[in-house]
Design a protein around this ligand. Structure first.
Ligand code: AMP
Ligand code: MG
Length: 354
């Protein structure tokens, strides 16, 4: 692990953004980029002509189908119906995507010692983040946290072999906000590959997976890692070079958050304590699939750099860049696993310290 202290005034970094870069040779002239809003965020597809428009349709319908099963906001989704039936004794039939994500979630829950936990919904709501959070919100009382925490026990979620599920207690609620977008990207990726596309990059709200390369000279897809205290378009911390199925996801404290009494509270909750997770401003995870990167980035955000090490080691081909933040607002960069192999730092403080 590398530990890279940076001066406070440099500010830390934070989000992911696809960097187009300029073309070398004919490849890029044939590349087409689509951007559209979906699932409360933005999506982006880079793909090559001549069948670029068909690729867009494939990607859109993959996102749509996953969202239809997993969204907690679409009242007819299997997960929304499961949440609505919490405590009434009934089982709800889930679709195959929801079953897959729920099963995989169980794996990440165990591997992360409960840091990743989609049963955290009631705590997310208690902290004011169910529908966005923001100005005017404030942390819940300790008594509210103590009352809410028992409703977030992932081990109580029942899933049977035939895909029927039940939440045994009234007030329980699943929230797949930390993994569903990554999974949707994997579904789109698999369908595009099956349809014969071999060079593309799919991005759903910063959850990305690439196929092949971005130009004829085997150039990697270039993804900017943003500074967490600057706008998305601001100067990036550096560039990730990704090829052949590699994925990336970022979790950050600049997404849904509010400030209260001079402290920042963000939308990722530590289910073990019931508190809004602290100590990380941003974590960017590279992994071999987008769902893996998505789930790991949220788990790593809760765990912090040191405690994430073992988790990342159990995922071959993964690595993470942490921007840790202390109570005084000072930042420290830490790279874990293989991250440095794919990352080209661009910030002065960053590059010089290596
Ligand atoms: P991400 O941006 O992928 O890290 O996902 C963050 C979202 O996941 C939050 O907005 C919540 O909806 C949900 N969430 C918050 N804390 C957790 C947690 N510890 N485990 C799983 N999901 C969480
Ligand atoms: Mg995530």
């Amino acid at each position: 692990m590398r530990r890279i202290p940076v001066k406070l005034f440099l500010m830390a970094a934070a989000v992911l953004l696809l960097a187009g870069g300029c073309g070398r040779g004919g490849f890029d002239e044939d590349r087409k980029e689509f951007n559209w809003p979906v699932m409360g965020t933005y999506a982006n597809l880079n793909v090559f002509r001549p069948k670029a428009d068909e690729a867009l349709l494939i990607t859109k319908s993959a996102f749509e189908e996953v969202n239809t099963e997993l969204s907690v906001f679409a009242p007819e989704s299997g997960v929304a119906r499961l949440n609505a039936s919490a405590g009434n004794g009934e089982y709800v039939q889930l679709g195959r995507y929801a079953v897959k994500v729920l099963r995989e979630s169980g794996r990440y829950y165990e591997e992360s010692g409960g840091a990743f936990n989609p049963a955290v919904g009631p705590l997310v709501e208690a902290w004011g983040f169910f529908r966005g959070g923001g100005a005017g919100y404030f942390p819940p009382d300790a008594s509210v946290i103590a009352k809410t925490k028992p409703l977030c026990d992932f081990r109580e979620v029942e899933l049977k072999d035939d895909g029927i599920a039940r939440l045994p207690r009234a007030g329980m609620r699943l929230d797949f906000g930390a993994i569903a977008k990554g999974y949707a990207v994997d579904v789109a990726y698999e369908r595009l590959k099956a349809a014969g596309y071999s060079n593309f990059l799919v991005n759903l709200g910063g959850n990305m997976r690439c196929a092949g390369t971005r130009d004829a000279e085997d150039g990697a897809w270039r993804v900017a890692v943003r500074n967490p205290r600057k706008e998305l378009e601001g100067e990036p911390l550096g560039m990730l070079m990704l090829t052949n199925g590699m994925s990336v996801a970022t979790s950050g404290d600049y997404e849904q958050h509010y400030e209260y009494d001079g402290r920042r509270y963000s939308h990722i909750i530590d289910p073990r304590t019931g508190e809004s997770a602290r100590g990380v401003a941003q974590v960017t995870v590279v992994a071999r699939a987008a769902m893996e990167a998505d789930a790991l980035s949220t788990a790593c955000f809760v765990l912090g750099a040191e405690a994430s090490r073992g988790l990342l080691e159990t995922h071959p081909g993964s690595g993470a860049l942490f921007i840790m933040v202390d109570d005084a607002g000072g930042f420290e960069f830490e790279m874990v696993g293989g991250f440095a192999d794919w990352f080209e730092p661009e910030m002065d403080g960053f590059g010089n310290a290596q």
